[in-house]
Design a protein around this ligand. Structure first.
Ligand SMILES: *Cc1c(COP(=O)(O)O)cnc(C)c1O
Length: 427
């Protein structure tokens, strides 16, 4: 890799001064003495997200039941409003996105809708490196159809155990495949899959395809509508900073509007007739149809403030800074930690890497414990991965510089040896 930065602290400071997104950093609760590099697991609270949560609480206090239609953010249309505001982040039309459910629940909804085994087309195509919850959801949906997941769930493996090859995924798109579900960015290695290419290949073969955007939404731009992806789903608590357990989101392409959702509930109704209380379900004519029950308003509220920040910053500049920061971090690691047993597990090329750097080291678990003691918050993924995520909205270059200096000290002093080689309950 070309070395474009030098390792001095002055360079880090210079990069901070030239950072066009630096003003957003003040909006976040960064924590004193803390360098937070775990925003890809749980984003930090911003003042605006806090304010929007307080404002929804106010509406409840002031209006009681009338909060559904009154106050600054009337609850009845809030999921649709936030869907519209999320649409630019995924490259969707405003009616193609709804904020609802959670990643796993939304995947269940979409599988219940789009997985239609017929004749010899019975299989779901996924990958061996994806997040376990997605696999559990697919396995259980196969069982609901009376099918054995051992035979009907295809998991394409990586050639190196960390990344996937699109050719391998496309080769597995046979006429036995009824549905494809893949991640946009792999949660461990940070590899971006070429969603455009995969979608085109699936469409050529007439197979519906959907993506899990948990590790890409808020970090990289998407063009779901233009690509013609059938569906997508995500959480809003990682790069979107909508809070622990924050309500998730989903995309359904316009070409599927009017279809009956697999899992129906009254909040998926056409809003004009929802309160007619008919036993005949009339689904909304857009992605709103995929809602099930009453929105979890207090877990939805922080997203109002959070999306305002994204609208102001713009996903283009966010991606640009994120790429610059991950490149800077990789170069610091290679220069400063050379010969200390680290290797970089994420792809190097800009168009192949997502928002985090994946450091592989046999002592990863103990190194993470030392880092945390030093106020640097990483993320450990068993057995040997340290994920470090610079978040464009709130991470400074000097923090990355500082984090690498801490790592260097931990390795030189063998500080990690003081710790037990065992991961925490939440890692
Ligand atoms: C974080 C994450 C999830 C989490 O699912 P929840 O239902 O929100 O708990 C699922 N898939 C991927 C790829 C993730 O990164």
């Amino acid at each position: 890799m070309e070395f474009t930065f030098d390792t001095s602290r002055e360079t880090a400071e210079k990069l901070d001064r030239a950072d066009g997104l630096a003003r957003f950093r003040e909006e976040f609760y960064l924590g004193k003495g803390r360098i937070y590099l775990d925003g890809n697991s749980l984003g930090l609270l911003s003042r605006r997200a806090e304010q929007s949560l307080l404002s929804v609480l106010d509406s409840w206090r002031e209006h009681g039941i009338d909060g559904w239609t009154e106050g600054p953010h009337p609850w009845f249309h809030l999921s649709e409003e936030l869907g519209k505001k999320s649409a630019p982040l995924v490259g969707a039309e405003p009616e193609e996105v709804i904020v609802t459910g959670s990643t796993t629940v939304n995947l269940h909804q979409l599988l219940a809708t789009f997985y239609r085994p017929e004749g010899k087309r019975t299989k779901i195509l996924a990958d061996a490196l994806t997040f376990p919850s997605d696999i559990y959801a697919m396995q259980s949906q196969l069982r609901l159809h009376g099918l054995n997941p051992e035979q009907h769930l295809i998991r394409v493996g990586g050639r190196d155990g960390q990344t996937l090859a699109e050719e391998d995924l496309i080769a597995a798109m046979t006429d036995e495949v009824a549905l494809i579900v893949l991640p946009s960015v792999l949660y461990r290695s940070g590899q971006i899959l070429d969603m455009k290419r995969l979608t085109a290949a699936a469409r050529e073969r007439g197979i519906p395809i959907g993506f899990d955007l948990c590790h890409s939404i808020g970090a990289i731009p998407h063009q779901l509508h233009e690509w013609g992806a059938d569906f997508a789903f995500w959480c809003n608590y990682k790069y979107l900073n909508a809070g622990p357990g924050g309500v998730g989101g989903l995309f359904v392409h316009r070409k599927h509007f009017g279809r009956m959702p697999g899992l129906a509930g009254w909040f998926g109704s056409d809003k004009s007739v929802q309160f007619d209380m008919e036993h005949h379900f009339t689904p909304a004519g857009d992605a709103g149809a995929y809602q099930i029950g009453t929105p979890h308003l207090l877990s939805l509220a922080p997203l109002i403030g959070s999306l305002e920040i994204f609208a102001e910053a713009g996903i283009g500049p966010i991606r640009e800074k994120s790429l610059r920061q991950t490149r800077y971090l990789m170069e610091l690691v290679e220069e400063e930690l050379a010969g200390m047993g680290f290797s970089i597990g994420n792809p190097r090329a800009d168009h192949r890497r997502g928002g985090h750097v994946s450091l592989v080291h046999p002592e990863a678990v103990r190194i993470c414990k030392s880092l945390k003691e030093k106020g640097v918050i990483p993320d450990f993924r068993a057995p040997d991965v340290i994920r470090l995520a610079p978040v464009a909205l709130y991470t400074a270059y000097t923090e990355l510089w500082e984090a690498v200096q801490q790592l260097k000290w931990i390795m030189e002093e063998k500080d990690y040896e003081r710790h037990e080689k065992k991961r925490g309950v939440v890692a």
